[in-house]
Design a protein around this ligand. Structure first.
Ligand SMILES: *Cc1c(COP(=O)(O)O)cnc(C)c1O
Ligand code: SF4
Length: 354
């Protein structure tokens, strides 16, 4: 069995196993039992090893280990916070089609591990969302009939949880559609289980170029030597690497951590693409950061990182209305209505536009 399959098979998904690795007080253990009855847990041994067991506030622990606060479900939180299943944009089971030129295709609901803040937690690891070969074929047909679609984004779940054979078939089927110009894979496997990036997988992905892999790292410590080594295989085969992350309280909600993450990504040859404002999925309120803080952090990244290492800070509007930028506005007007440009140090400089 390949290393990644072993990692996956040995993942920790019940509390008794978890207790052997991370000490939980009897009270905490009782509370987490209740959390696990609502939300699935899955942590690879590789990822467990990265967690600082002595620190209850360890950011990597927060992303992986269930927390009692997940039982708090706010009124504005939902199963489908970004409206992926809003019928206006969800023509068939395997596809969300929100923008004219690109669609999301969901080959599998399985994930390398379950992120505690997941925006699709209704789906992740839920076999009810499994897509049959017929349903996939219906997806290809849908794309074939829509010749405005130029990019297919494999999303999920985690598309790289599919086996090599199935993935190869999917990519080849999509490649055959003449108006599909480029492919994209959204995956958190490089963080949960980097061993997934086998030479064979890289061979399959390379044949489907142009193809871009969008990773999902939220913290510099997730870019381990192992992860960096495996990512290099993708990069060296000419696959563009981008990263999307989520702004999470107690994980990366500081300028310091965002700069550290930005540099760790750049060193690994990955360009930061999106910094997502946290979607309102059920039981995630303890991760929420306000937008003013988010914008301030993004503002302070300017000048502290190469320009290309600054991600777009975005909000996905609930209900399926798409992403909007939440960029800090450096160009404003003063009390007399004159245009002023704010420096990264917070000084205001007059600027005459025309
Ligand atoms: C985010 C998203 C995309 C991809 O958007 P980009 O801005 O191109 O990364 C495509 N379709 C849906 C439904 C999305 O939510
Ligand atoms: S990898 Fe993505 S879909 Fe899977 S649990 Fe994490 S955030 Fe959710």
């Amino acid at each position: 069995m390949s290393e990644w399959r072993k990692q996956d098979k040995n993942s920790v998904s019940d509390l008794d196993e978890l207790k052997k690795v991370i000490s939980l007080s009897p009270n905490e253990s009782e509370q987490l039992e209740k959390v696990c009855n609502i939300f699935r847990m899955k942590i690879t041994r590789y990822y467990l090893n990265l967690i600082d067991k002595k620190d209850p506030l360890d950011p990597l622990r927060k992303m992986a280990v269930p927390h009692v606060k997940e039982r708090v479900i706010k009124k504005d939180e939902s199963d489908d916070p970004i409206g992926d299943e809003n019928t206006d944009h969800h023509p068939i089971k395997a596809i969300t089609h929100r923008y004219p030129d690109r669609v999301l295709l969901y080959p599998t609901p399985e994930c390398g591990g379950h992120c505690r803040y997941c925006f699709r937690r209704r789906m992740a690891g839920n076999s009810g969302y499994r897509v049959s070969e017929n349903e996939l074929a219906a997806g290809y047909d849908y794309i074939k009939k829509n010749d405005a679609v130029h990019e297919v984004i494999l999303s999920g779940g985690d598309p790289l949880m599919s086996g090599d054979y199935r993935l190869k078939e999917i990519l080849e089927s999509l490649r055959k559609i003449p108006h599909v110009w480029t492919l994209r894979i959204h995956t958190r496997m490089p963080a949960w289980n980097p061993f997934r990036i086998t030479e064979r997988l890289v061979g399959i992905l390379s044949k489907a170029k142009p193809l871009c892999v969008v990773t999902h790292f939220n913290h510099a410590r997730e870019l381990t030597d192992i992860a960096v080594k495996y990512l290099a295989r993708l990069r060296d085969s000419g696959i563009m690497l981008l990263n999307q992350s989520v702004l999470l309280k107690g994980v990366n909600d500081s300028t310091y951590e965002q700069i550290r993450l930005g540099w760790a990504l750049i060193r690994a040859g990955v360009k930061p693409y999106y910094l997502h404002h946290l979607d309102k999925a059920k039981g995630t309120s303890h991760f929420r950061v306000d937008m003013t803080t988010g914008k301030q952090i993004q503002k302070q990244m300017r000048g502290a990182l190469p320009g290309y290492a600054i991600p777009h800070y975005v909000l996905d509007i609930p209900g399926g209305y798409g992403k909007i930028p939440l960029e800090y506005d450096f160009l404003t007007t003063d009390e007399k209505g004159r245009c002023v440009a704010e420096t990264r140090f917070g000084e205001f400089r007059p600027y005459q536009e025309l």
